[in-house]
Design a protein around this ligand. Structure first.
Ligand code: NAD
Length: 247
């Protein structure tokens, strides 16, 4: 139980990677505040039940990561936050010609500005305590995008860059900031993105481990970055992709 006595705050935690990470953090001893859009309440409640089954405390808060006032209110309500996981994200594939400004802006608002807003809301209490762990869920797309994902890939490159810079800005207060770059993970986003069995087979075959990821594959790396085991690691982005991408 590496995270006993710690409280984690996870955005976009009602399903997919966020839900797996929230439950995984609880299994490692953390109490967890799970947040997502209001419309995700029924799913959030199911995740809350899975957390309480582990014996840890769980709390549900509604939060749109693009809404600064709502973020500040939720963070104040959450109380002590030792571990922040910036996980909320969107992906609407569109070719260069299809892409409209609204879709571009939505991706930057949620995937990039959301990380800034939530991090800034949590940072003051971490600075005061001279401790904290911030984990940004980026993507291997942030290292090299694929067709129809230029806008998404650009936001994930922003997340990797923010991780490197925030690590330098927060390190003097004992706060580490790291990113995880998942490969193709079979969540609703992952499945929608792949679209067909053919694409699934293709990417499984490309991966060194010959399979696609499950949300639980992201838990271990998050727990590592959340725990004291990574105390001298900051500003890093770790590919968790089964060997699809190597840089
Ligand atoms: N699935 C993959 O293959 C994959 C690969 C690389 C990176 N990622 C990243 O992992 C993270 C989680 O993705 P997932 O696959 O679990 O996707 P998902 O679509 O299953 O879950 C995303 C969650 O974010 C929430 N969300 C969306 N907009 C929000 C907002 N404005 N405010 C608060 N919450 C919001 C959604 O309600 C949802 O619960 C994302 O940042 C995604 O970019 C996913």
């Amino acid at each position: 139980m590496m995270l006993t006595g710690k409280t984690a705050f996870v955005t976009g935690a009602s399903r997919g990677i966020g839900a797996a990470v929230a439950v995984g953090l609880a299994k490692n001893g953390a109490d967890v505040v799970i947040s997502d859009l209001k419309g995700q309440n029924a799913e959030l409640e199911k995740v809350r039940d899975r957390i309480t089954e582990t014996g840890q405390k769980a709390r549900v808060l509604h939060l749109d990561v693009t809404d600064k006032a709502a973020i500040e209110a939720a963070v104040a309500e959450a109380g002590k936050i030792d571990i922040l996981v910036n996980n909320a994200g969107i992906l609407i594939p569109k070719t260069l010609e299809e892409l409209d400004e609204k879709t571009w802006d939505a991706h930057f608002d949620v995937n990039a500005k959301g990380v800034l807003l939530v991090t800034n809301a949590v940072l003051p209490q971490m600075r005061k305590r001279k401790a904290g762990r911030i984990i940004n869920i980026a993507s291997i797309a942030g290292r090299q995008g694929v067709p129809t994902q230029g806008h998404y890939a650009a936001t994930k490159a922003v997340d990797i860059t923010l991780t490197r810079v925030y690590a330098q800005e927060a390190g003097m207060d004992g706060i580490t900031v790291n990113a995880i770059c998942p490969g193709i993970i079979l969540t609703e986003m992952g499945k929608e993105n792949l679209g067909s069995q053919e694409a699934m087979d293709h990417w499984s075959n490309v991966a060194a481990l010959k399979r696609l990821g499950a949300p639980d594959d992201i838990v271990g790396p998050v727990v590592f970055f959340a725990s004291d085991q990574s105390r001298f690691v900051t500003g890093q982005a770790l590919n968790v992709c089964g060997g699809i991408y190597f840089h």
